[in-house]
Design a protein around this ligand. Structure first.
Ligand code: TNX
Length: 537
């Protein structure tokens, strides 16, 4: 039976009869008993089509031949790489229908082997190598994260149908026999979701993380509070959610994460090498808190909780008698849930805060963040205060503010609204989104660089693409705005600048439409790209 399957497989891929036998180089020697692994893997010698990898790796070599995966293929791990192997199995099983046992045995033909290897410090903390030979797939890296990124690249080497969540027949599950090395240009390759303007469930956040890691995104910034909603339980201040969590931008019921919810998101992200960066925005963008507790207002009275509050009109009473305690409690409780090193304190658009109060307030907040063992991140406006490195400034609008932060020793995260804001419409036809920073089609999202005028490479820790959600109210809305632009940000963050160019990127992107569709993603089919069809493999 297995011999027959193997033979059919060989006939299908080698094109015997059609191509006059080109393609056959390996003899199919499958054992008869189903408990015995194949003695030799099935391979072909078809030329390798251009790879469609996003983000683009540093080096790729190999031009002929494919290794065929089979029902006998396994994922061979060590104790260190087992969790990564388990995650790979979850992706490969549904579409292939193979068992993909995760084992610590000696590798057999057509296995996928995941190994840690010291001595590749040149690949950094996240780099990897993949070697696909006539024998097996070997992924090595100095770290587990690197092995994980190797597996994400391997998934992209397989046919787009691999992304289906049901079994796909009639596909030859083969990987080109190539050697690949990849390592990131930037350490911070992030995206952000505003869960305040509209609330999204734990499962929706997990799905977005799942989609993002395929492209090696490694930071997920959760904008947890704003004028329209407070979305994280704080035990010492329960009305923040009991009152401040009960509306959203559309006048809907809002919602919030319990501490257990946030821990669940954090664990899910960590397993995929994603650091959650929580943001509590202050002193502006705070109406949900000001409506929950009168004592946070200089008037002593709570404000009205309303989605239509004019932008820039809210401010904490920066030097009120309990304000420092409030911030200490909130930062302390949230920081305790987050293993990551960073805590984002917002700091943007504090138009209703006196400039001198703003400066003193941000300096105080940095001391509180440090006390809780974290590194402060803030929007670029925090550069007005006198701050101690290490801290990070997120550049979104005004280069001068970001440069001021840089001059004080901040590292910069580039999120320029003109290119990196996921809430901008692609073109005039986009049914949701805003336009205040211009239209941002897939090309605009790709053709820019974090190191722009006034900055040098070392100033930049990386980049992040924020999705503000005033007009985004469902998972479909999220997917439309995030995909495919996020793939471009992922490539800017990972690949060398000299290796990227739009004309060639758009050809690779064309293939990813099928990959996204296979995962059920309702992405924007930009007319700038000739999408591969049929979209649903
Ligand atoms: C500006 S970017 C904001 C957000 C809005 C966004 C809408 C930033 C730091 N503040 O509060 O949601 O524009 O595009």
């Amino acid at each position: 039976m297995m011999r027959y399957e193997g033979w059919m497989l060989w006939r299908r891929v080698s094109g015997v009869g059609r191509l006059g036998g080109i393609g056959l180089i390996a003899f199919v020697l499958l054992a008869c008993g189903s408990d015995q692994p194949a003695l030799q893997a099935v391979v072909d010698d078809d030329p390798i089509a251009p790879l469609q990898l996003i983000p683009k790796p540093r080096t790729v070599s190999g031009d002929t031949g494919h290794l065929h995966l089979s029902t006998a293929s396994r994922i061979v791990v060590t104790s260190e790489t087992r969790p990564v192997g388990e995650l790979l199995g979850v992706v490969l099983r549904p579409s292939t229908g193979f068992g993909w046992e995760v084992v610590t045995d000696e590798p057999a033909p057509a296995d996928i082997v995941l190994q840690l290897e010291d001595g590749r410090s040149d690949l950094g903390n996240e780099g990897y190598t993949i070697e696909v030979t006539a024998d097996r797939v070997l992924i090595t890296a100095a770290t587990r994260a690197g092995v994980f990124y190797g597996t994400q690249t391997l998934i992209q080497l397989l046919p787009a149908e691999i992304e289906r969540t049901r079994r796909v027949e009639e596909v030859v599950w083969r990987a080109p026999m190539v050697t690949i090395e990849g390592a990131p240009r930037f350490a911070w390759r992030g995206t952000m979701l505003d869960v305040s303007r509209h609330f999204f469930t734990v499962d929706e956040v997990k799905r977005l993380i799942d989609l993002a890691v395929r492209y090696k995104i490694n930071r997920f910034h959760l904008h947890l509070t704003d004028d329209q909603g407070w979305r994280i339980e704080i035990e010492a201040w329960p009305d923040l959610t009991a009152i401040g969590g009960t509306i959203d931008y559309s006048g809907g019921p809002g919602g919030y994460y319990t501490k257990a919810d946030l821990s669940d998101i954090v664990a899910y992200a960590e397993a995929r090498f994603v650091t959650i960066v929580p943001e509590i925005d202050m002193p502006g963008h705070t109406n949900a808190a000001l409506a929950s507790y009168g004592e946070l207002n200089e008037s002593g009275e709570p404000t009205e909780l309303t989605p239509t509050i004019p932008f820039g009109s809210s401010s904490l009473w920066t030097d009120g008698p309990i304000t420092a305690q409030f911030i200490d409690d909130v930062i302390g409780e949230v920081a305790a849930l987050i293993p990551g090193a960073y805590f984002h304190i917002g700091g943007d658009e504090a138009i209703a805060t006196e400039p001198q109060n703003y400066i003193e307030f941000i300096e105080m907040v940095q001391r509180i963040v440090q006390k809780h063992g974290k590194i402060m991140v803030g929007w670029e406006e925090i550069g007005r205060a006198n701050l101690d490195p290490p801290f990070l400034a997120q550049h979104w609008l005004t280069r001068e503010s970001a440069l001021r932060a840089r001059d004080q020793g901040a590292r910069i995260i580039a999120s320029p609204a003109t290119n990196a804001y996921l809430d901008m419409k692609y073109d005039q036809s986009t049914p949701i989104g805003v336009v205040w920073a211009g239209l941002t089609d897939v090309r605009d999202a790709y053709e820019w660089d974090p190191v722009s005028q006034g900055f040098v490479e070392d100033d930049l820790l990386g980049l992040e693409a924020p999705l503000w959600t005033e007009t985004v109210d469902s998972l479909d809305d999220i997917e439309l705005m995030v995909f495919p632009r996020l793939l471009g940000y992922a490539e800017i963050g990972w690949s060398r600048r000299e290796d990227r160019g739009w004309d060639e990127y758009r050809l690779r992107l064309a293939n990813h439409g099928r990959r996204l569709a296979a995962r059920g993603v309702s992405f924007f089919q930009s007319p700038l790209v000739e999408w591969e069809t049929p979209l649903l493999p």
